[in-house]
Ligand binder design. Structure first.
Ligand code: PHE
Length: 449
């Protein structure tokens, strides 16, 4: 296949996949709830000891398999090829994430448009506006969700080079510039120094065992692991790309953008004495939306810029959730990209509507499972069950099933012999599987530490 990324296109596309709503709201939320910077250090540590290891593992499968996830597993398994090929179907987890993620993108679109004209003036009003969007009528949510979803599928239908790469190559720098401008602007507030202190000066007393596992879960989600995204992008990696430095760049960009997002969000939270420990939607859609209104006219510009940044971050991630399945249909079932997109779109669209109707007052009961709205069911099933299991399967596959010589031949030129041994024998075969099993068991409530 000739539709390959350029070197910089690959880095930006994978960084685009990694940087998303995970950085924009899971990161600040968890940092806020776990006492700030000590949590960030923990997150760095786990990113390097576990997620980065798995990230390189996914790249190996994609780069050496050079095919869609199902076929790559089949090609690389020395025995039981058909059984292993089923591991490629973890790509469906990406579609499930996309189904609720695109609903949130719809909310963000609505906020981007409305924040330019009006912002809520107090917390109660802000809460009501957000709850009206979810509960009062599904029309706006469905309309915005449809626009965002069609946009993502349009981009994916154009293919790797003229769709995915092209979008990332301008959207990632644009996101970065917007974010830098916002960080610089936040520096003019007193809240900035409190925010910087909160994020950069560690307070280890705020950490507990729950934080460790939460940091690991976050490190997993923000690097898009366990859903075959990274391996699919790596299948279109250009020859002779330095896998180690590219991966380090991507992880660095991901962490930096998380911190910059955090700096901006917490500057306003501290400036107006709001609570840093509230959860995702509350932090962004309720508190921030209201706090921007206190800044007068510039608040509208800032709110618009902020939500636009979120849209950019989210789109580049969302397309990476659907590409594995589209690529699989095109490659293994020999259908056109457009048809593949239509099939995947139909599947995720139905699930997305179910997510919206699960929050809408009149239909909430019918679109909930055991009293939990469908949106939350999907969120839980993917991040707490499917992603860790997918990650574990990948670790086991690369560490114990794939031919070690093939992995060595790919990585040793970049890592050196000692680096490869540490990565392979210590991190991939021991540290990662144990850590992943621990998060999964804790998340499922089986392990209580
Ligand atoms: N990494 C993305 C984020 O932080 C989420 C994601 C998960 C993207 C899985 C692709 C695959 O928002």
């Amino acid at each position: 296949m000739n539709d390959k990324f350029s070197k910089i296109g690959f880095i930006l596309a994978v960084a685009g996949s990694a940087v998303g709503l995970g950085n924009a709201w899971k990161f600040p939320t968890l940092v806020g709830q776990n006492g700030g910077s000590a949590f960030i250090l923990l997150y760095f540590l786990l990113t390097f000891l576990v997620s980065f290891v798995l990230f390189i593992g996914e790249i190996c499968i994609g780069r050496i398999g050079e095919s869609d996830p199902v076929d790559s597993f089949r090609r690389l398994a020395p025995t039981h090829k058909e059984a292993w090929s089923k591991a490629g179907f973890f790509m469906i987890s990406g579609l499930l994430i996309y189904s609720f993620y695109s609903v949130v993108m719809g909310w963000i679109l609505k906020y981007t448009i409305t924040s330019a004209f009006s912002l809520p003036s107090d917390m109660a009003q802000s809460g009501e506006i957000f709850s009206a969007l979810l509960k009062d009528s599904p029309v706006v949510a469905i309309a915005c969700f449809s626009v965002m979803s069609l946009t993502c599928f349009y981009i994916v239908s154009r293919g790797i080079k003229s769709g995915i790469e092209r979008l990332n190559v301008w959207m990632m720098p644009a996101l970065f510039i917007l974010l830098v401008l916002m960080v610089v602007y936040s520096m003019s507030f007193d809240g900035f120094s409190k925010s910087a202190k909160f994020l950069l000066v560690p307070d280890f007393s705020a950490l507990n065992s729950k934080s460790v596992l939460e940091a690991l879960g976050l490190a997993f989600f923000t690097l898009s692991l366990g859903v075959t995204t990274i391996m699919t992008y790596a299948a279109s990696l250009p020859e002779r790309t330095n896998i180690l430095t590219s991966s380090l760049n991507i992880v660095f960009i991901n962490v930096m953008i998380g911190i910059m997002m955090g700096l901006v969000v917490f500057t306003f939270i501290f400036e107006f004495n709001a609570d840093p420990a509230q959860s995702g939607p509350g932090l962004i859609f309720v508190s921030l939306a209201m706090l921007f209104s206190k800044l007068g006219a510039i608040g509208h510009v800032l709110a618009f810029a902020f939500f636009l940044t979120l849209i950019f971050a989210a789109i580049t991630s969302a397309i990476s959730m659907i590409e594995p399945s589209v690529y699989y249909l095109v490659k293994s079932h020999k259908i056109s990209r457009l048809r593949a997109c239509a099939i995947v779109f139909a599947f995720t669209y139905v699930l997305g509507i179910a997510c919206i109707l699960g929050y809408y007052g009149a239909t909430a009961d019918s679109f909930s499972i055991l009293g939990t709205p469908f949106f939350d069911v999907l969120d839980y099933a993917t991040s707490k069950i499917l992603m860790p299991i997918g990650g574990l399967v990948i670790v086991v596959f690369v560490g114990f099933v794939m031919r070690k010589e093939a992995v060595h031949a790919l990585l040793a030129p970049y890592m050196g012999e000692l680096g490869f041994k540490i990565w392979y024998f210590v991190l991939l075969r021991c540290v990662s599987p144990v850590a992943i099993i621990l998060i999964a068991l804790r998340e499922l409530g089986i392990l209580r530490i």
